[in-house]
Ligand binder design. Structure first.
Ligand code: 5GP
Length: 182
């Protein structure tokens, strides 16, 4: 089987992280790319495992030196995929998964047309909205902002190669396996 680059996107709250984690448990021959970020480390995260944590200056100098395959900004923090990280993995014959947003995914596709773009979608926007409201953790403004960003991601995903509906983690992992190991 050819070693490939897979890009997986999906809005937050959709459970894409869990689906990828379950897939990786069953397929240790796949590797998850480690991005760079300027955001603060969360509890339990480690440098070089979850992300490479950079200062704003370090990140800016990577942009200036053209070291990123793509990069993006979310809520005031920068996130980027290093070109050399991806190139090294593919050269080493590793199957690599990038977990990035849809805009970043489309940028990767334009530079690396062989990359396979996969979108993990909620069963329905209505169901997701009900789930967000049911949590009672966010106010109405935050919920509206999140829904707008989810709708924008769904629009971008029309250009993706595959779409997976995350009704259950088990089904989503099965769909992912069919795409990756047809
Ligand atoms: P978090 O801060 O929750 O770890 O990630 C926030 C968002 O950044 C997620 O939607 C994630 O997919 C996206 N992200 C993480 N790394 C990258 C990256 O290297 N490039 C882009 N474009 N998005 C990323």
């Amino acid at each position: 089987m050819n070693k490939k680059l897979y890009v997986i996107s999906g809005s937050s709250g959709v459970g894409k992280g869990t689906v990828i984690k379950e897939f990786l448990k069953k397929h240790p021959d796949f590797k998850l790319s480690i991005s760079c970020t300027t955001r603060q480390k969360r509890a339990g995260e480690e440098h070089g495992v979850n992300y490479f944590y950079l200062t704003k200056d370090e990140f800016d100098s990577c942009i200036k030196n053209n070291e990123f395959l793509e990069w993006a900004e979310f809520s005031g923090n920068h996130y980027g995929t290093k070109k050399d990280f991806v190139e090294k993995c593919l050269k080493n014959g590793e199957n690599l998964i990038l977990e990035i947003d849809t805009k970043g995914a489309l940028n990767v596709k334009s530079l690396m047309p062989d990359a396979v773009l996969i979108f993990i979608a909620p069963p329905s926007i209505e169901e997701l909205e009900a789930r967000l409201r049911g949590r009672h953790t966010e106010d109405e403004e935050a919920i509206q902002k999140r829904l707008a960003s989810i709708k924008a991601e769904i629009k971008n995903s029309e250009k993706f190669d595959y779409k997976i509906i995350n009704d259950t983690v088990e089904n989503a992992v099965k769909s992912l396996e069919k795409i990756i190991n047809p």
